[in-house]
Design a binder for this molecule. Structure first.
Ligand SMILES: [Zn+2]
Length: 199
């Protein structure tokens, strides 16, 4: 959800589905990577009853069968989601065939870093921005100081989770639901309505 607001308004744009895939293809090709036939094996586009999560998975490392599941529209936000998932895809795909089977799968932490590197290209790559026709530098001064607000969100999110875990060990008798939502308010500046406070 945050991804939708963590982008200058003037960058919001909708695309034609095929041309958006073509842009991603061209963008990764600039780095010498081939994303493969995405439409054939992956389930990308928005449908009402699909879950609202995006993920990449490796169906078969031997045949390099990699797939993406997402529920995105062909717009700038959807493009950012796919940059992330395709970052995972090429990270897995370009592991050498010589690597022993049990070592083929990249580590969780590193693969997240690689995916975040690619999705942040929307903020850092003027070449990508001109490919999708949003070549302007963001006009809000906020983005001069903090070009990628998703990082700030991530830091606050991690701080909340760390403080939650610390407090659970310090006092295992307390009300965890209450603790969670108090910390969410403190670190994420988000005060959930009582009806949304699921345990
Ligand atoms: Zn990821």
């Amino acid at each position: 959800m945050f991804g939708r607001i963590a982008m200058p308004d003037e960058w919001h744009k909708t695309f034609d589905k095929d041309s958006m895939i073509q842009t991603l293809d061209d963008f990764f090709a600039e780095g010498g990577f081939s994303i493969g036939a995405l439409n054939e094996q992956s389930d990308i586009w928005y449908e009402k009853n699909k879950i609202n999560q995006a993920f990449f998975f490796c169906a078969d490392a031997t045949t390099k069968d990699y797939r993406i599941y997402s529920n995105v529209n062909p717009d700038t936000y959807g493009l950012k989601v796919l940059l992330h998932e395709l970052g995972h895809l090429i990270h897995f795909k370009y592991v050498s065939n010589e690597t022993p089977y049990l070592l083929k799968e990249p580590s969780n932490i590193i693969t997240e870093a690689v995916a975040a590197y690619f999705d942040s290209k929307i903020y850092y790559s003027s070449s990508l921005r001109s490919m999708i026709g949003i070549s302007s530098e963001p006009s809000l001064p906020y983005y001069d100081d903090f070009i990628n607000p998703a990082r700030l969100y991530r830091l606050r999110n991690l701080s909340r989770n760390i403080m939650f875990e610390k407090s659970v060990f310090e006092n295992p008798e307390q009300d965890f639901t209450r603790l969670w939502w108090n910390l969410t308010q403190k670190y994420m500046l988000y005060n959930a309505k009582p009806k949304n406070r699921l345990p």
